[in-house]
Design a protein around this ligand. Structure first.
Ligand code: WTA
Length: 606
């Protein structure tokens, strides 16, 4: 049943060679479309040019700088081929990892597709991640090539990306830096290492034969946070992944080929990979790429873009909508949003009141909200409404049902199915083509993280409930990761960074709800010795987090306490800290070893 379904979905792509077998092997290493060969850039570009869509606009780019550009599928073809040839000339080979550290500019899309065209593996690193995060990722993949820009622009501020790349490149395997000059501002150029993007493509051939990739050859690596400090390099395949994102895109949003599609995610996240680049371009739609924030230069930025391009499908995150709600409804008034047909949401559960606002004020009560639950590891949507459901079948705040033949279930601590209405762990019982190939260079960690908590099923790391009508309601993470403004950060990642401060003995992260970001965190810090200068230490900690992780990891508050609540085996009980902050009952303390810690923490919070 499953093979027949996926075989039909795979046939929607253009394969150089058809597969011999739809699936083979055992979980968690099922291979899809074995023997089949294809190329991701061919799916996104050549196919449309061959089918007469060359003159169609593939991409409208809008920047907060006031610039805008448009590119047809023919233009994409030219840019991607030239860059792919240039990369090859530079020595990039099939299977090499190419790091992309880039703003939301058209060259980011050309680069992703060019890397895929020559069979190399892209690793996009979010441009707001710090030097240290970039360096760690380069070390993990041993990459020799990086594509970057001189600056990234956000809310009118230019951040020097090239400088960060130089720092990281200096200490890693990086041999060549391909530099896009985004601005006229001067940057340091090392003639041995740096190549200007424009120079590279001006000297390269206009056609580059797309590499014939085996279906399970890796297409990309994308790092995501986990329960230990070290981020996980999630690897995705070519054939299975592309089939899955193409299929889920169509199920959730319908046929968008003749519509204008806009997903606001940054290319540094999985949503940016699956539903900014691959799915829309495979579908042959016209999409918007926006460089900037929703509230800059003012909070009507997004509505202006929707009006200007007559956007029909608009896919964004609850955290952005909450921010826009807070800034005031007046920013919407006067804009014609009547082109909208479908709205989408991703990153965290959308609160029913936020759903209602989005539905009424943006969608004018006529657009279904497609609330898509999925993860970096799943490749594409897992639980989501289908466009064909219309509005009637939706329940605000629920991602509705597993898509197509995904077998999602709610189980208890022992893996036993729970009755409807009971909170439990969300697991996936069957396998699907979008599932990651594993963690880069670390199968053991992959098996332990996702496949060992419950026998024979994928452990998603989320809590959920299924109601009596079969609707799924996602209730947040069940592991030690935070979801801040829709972005995953591991508590261990934060704590490990904080204890690098020479004054800090121990640190613990406590999650707290936040009206805009969904979740925020406070830090509880135990110092090695008492200090009068806690303000200085606070600033140091904030700066360390910025350097080690990036601007995302900014604590809402920092408390200095005498000790942390721990179990007898020495595990920090973070739940107690969160409960104390929220003035909630701290529950059962029988496992707590140092009950005296509680009074001190309470008084510090007060
Ligand atoms: C959360 C983002 C509720 C969830 C695509 C998941 C959601 C994690 C939703 C994955 C949603 C994402 N409703 N929760 N619609 N979408 N999540 O890997 O906790 O960045 O496990 O992938 O985000 O985050 P990731």
């Amino acid at each position: 049943m499953s093979d027949k379904f996926w075989s039909n979905e795979a046939k929607k792509l253009d394969w150089f060679k058809e597969w011999d077998k739809v699936s083979s092997g055992e979980k968690p290493y099922v291979k899809w479309f074995v023997g089949g060969e294809l190329n991701a850039s061919y799916q996104c570009v050549d196919r449309h040019v061959k089918n007469g869509l060359g003159e169609k606009i593939a991409l409208y780019w809008e920047s907060e700088s006031g610039e805008s550009q448009s590119f047809t599928y023919n233009d994409l073809y030219i840019h991607v081929n030239k860059l792919a040839s240039g990369l090859k000339n530079l020595g990039v080979k099939k299977g090499d990892v190419v790091v992309l550290y880039m703003p939301m500019i058209p060259q980011a899309i050309f680069s992703i597709l060019a890397v895929a065209r020559i069979g190399a593996i892209h690793n996009v690193v979010f441009s707001a991640f710090s030097y240290k995060s970039l360096k760690d990722r380069i070390i993990d993949t041993n990459a020799k090539f990086i594509i970057t820009a001189d600056f990234v622009l956000r809310r009118g501020k230019y951040t020097d990306l090239k400088f960060i790349v130089d720092l990281a490149a200096h200490e890693t395997s990086i041999e060549k830096v391909i530099l896009i000059k985004r601005t006229d501002k001067p940057v340091a150029i090392d003639n041995k290492k740096d190549i200007l993007y424009e120079d590279l493509i001006s000297k390269s051939e206009g056609y580059c034969e797309p590499e014939h990739m085996e279906s399970s050859d890796p297409l990309f690596i994308l790092y995501t946070s986990g329960t230990t400090g070290k981020p996980k390099g999630i690897v995705h395949s070519t054939g299975g992944y592309l089939t899955y994102v193409n299929s889920t895109f169509e199920s959730a949003f319908g046929k968008v080929k003749d519509e204008i599609y806009w997903c606001t995610a940054d290319i540094g996240w999985v949503t940016g990979h699956s539903y900014v680049v691959y799915a829309p371009l495979m579908s042959g739609t016209t999409m918007i790429l926006h460089e900037g924030a929703p509230d800059y230069p003012d909070p009507s930025t997004w509505w202006k873009i929707i009006q200007k391009y007559k956007v029909s499908v608009f896919y964004t995150s609850p955290t952005a909508i909450r921010m826009l709600i807070k800034l005031g409804q007046e920013w919407l008034s006067g804009f014609d949003l009547s082109s909208l047909r479908v709205l989408g949401s991703v990153g965290e559960a959308i609160n029913p009141d936020v759903w209602q606002w989005f539905f009424e004020h943006v969608g004018n009560k006529k657009c279904p909200i497609i609330d898509t639950w999925w993860q970096t590891e799943t490749g594409g949507f897992m639980i989501s409404p289908k466009r064909e459901y219309g509005i009637e079948k939706l329940k605000p705040g629920s991602a509705t049902f597993p898509l197509n033949i995904i077998d999602a279930q709610i189980v208890d601590e022992h893996g036993l199915p729970l009755p409807d209405g009971y909170k439990g762990y969300l697991v996936i019982k069957n396998c699907w083509p979008g599932l990651t190939l594993g963690i880069w260079g670390d199968n053991k960690r992959y098996e332990e993280t996702y496949w060992s908590k419950f026998k024979d099923c994928y452990y998603a790391g989320d809590f959920a409930i299924k109601d009596k009508d079969g609707y799924f309601w996602i209730l947040g993470r069940s592991d030690e990761t935070l979801n801040i403004a829709g972005h995953r950060i591991g508590t261990a990642e934060i704590e490990n960074a904080v204890i690098k401060n020479h004054m800090v003995a121990e640190a613990a992260v406590a999650a707290v709800p936040d009206k805009i970001k969904g979740q925020d965190f406070a830090l509880f810090v135990v110092l090695k010795t008492q200090s009068e200068n806690t303000d200085i230490i606070k600033t140091e900690i904030i700066n360390t987090l910025k350097i080690e992780i990036g601007a995302l990891a900014k604590p809402g508050k920092i408390y200095f306490v005498d000790s942390l609540p721990k179990t007898r085996s020495g595990k920090i009980i973070r739940r107690v800290l969160s409960n104390l902050l929220q003035k909630q009952d701290i529950g059962d303390l029988s496992t707590l070893e140092n009950i005296s810690a509680i009074e001190n923490i309470k008084s510090v919070i007060r």
